[in-house]
Design a protein around this ligand. Structure first.
Ligand code: ADP
Ligand code: MG
Length: 242
């Protein structure tokens, strides 16, 4: 039996007076890929950001390996929960290799040699072995996003969170990034990802979580969701895609 790595229990989130997450219950098992979908403004990004402690929650609990994320050391959480965003946020004056090696050196205390060796391996894994010495400005958006993924992997996280990581890319660059994520899924990385790429979601997900208005309205095994969603919201969401 797979054990849950991440658990959300009764999570409530407010921005000022506005409640944006309502009583979220959700768990992600070891090696599971959970794809979060839903209309813009439904709270998908906020949910991932709460997990990574980029936002604070008002009520409920978020756990990683059974331990409270809310009470934990924030740097430890960010090591164990890797996150990749729509914007790559690479250091422009550092090479791809330096961008990937920096975290392990500064935060994990790896030697320069060990961090560089690991960065080489990770850049190779995301298909960028030839670009280790390139600066972000010389790389395409798809390449920069793959460096960002390698950088997150360098911390050896327990879980990876991806928030619409292909939304800012030119269409012809989307596939190379999705391929990397599919490769991670195949290797057994536990992931939560938000995406509008429904073909990809169907390909990579074990489970689909549909959010609307700050609530989880459906969580269903992936094939069930796309063949016959269990809720009316699910049916509506799918019918709008056609
Ligand atoms: P999604 O990712 O599904 O599009 P978000 O999580 O970004 O949704 O947003 C959920 C709700 O929270 C929206 O109503 C949005 O306007 C609001 N929101 C998001 N971030 C902030 C913020 N920093 N301050 C105030 N409201 C925010
Ligand atoms: Mg979002």
């Amino acid at each position: 039996m797979a054990a849950p790595i991440m658990e959300f229990e009764g999570v409530d989130k407010f921005f000022g007076d506005q409640q944006v997450l309502y009583d979220i219950d959700l768990s992600v098992d070891e090696q599971e890929v959970v794809v979060v979908i839903g209309p813009s403004g439904s709270g998908k990004s906020t949910l991932l950001r709460c997990a990574n402690r980029l936002e604070t929650i008002r009520g409920g609990e978020i756990r990683l390996d059974g331990r409270s994320v809310v009470d934990a050391n924030v740097n430890e959480i960010r090591q164990q929960i890797g996150m990749v965003f729509q914007s790559f946020n690479l250091f422009p004056h550092k090479t791809a290799l330096e961008n990937v090696a920096l975290g392990p050196r500064k935060i994990k205390g790896l030697s320069e040699e060990a961090a560089n060796e690991q960065a080489h391996e990770l850049l190779d894994r995301v298909g960028l072995a030839a670009e280790t010495g390139s600066y972000p400005g010389a790389l395409s958006g798809g390449q920069q996003q793959r460096v960002a993924i390698a950088r997150a992997l360098a911390m050896e996280p327990r879980v990876m969170l991806f928030d619409e990581v292909t939304s800012a890319l030119d269409p012809e660059l989307v596939g190379e990034v999705l391929d990397v994520i599919e490769g991670l899924a195949a290797e057994g990385m536990t992931m939560m990802l938000v995406t509008h790429e429904m073909g990809f979601a169907r390909e990579v997900a074990d489970r689909i979580v549909l959010m609307a208005d700050g609530r989880v309205v459906e969580r269903t095994e992936v094939d069930t969701f796309f063949d016959r969603p269990e809720t009316e919201r699910g049916q509506q969401f799918l019918s709008r895609l056609l």
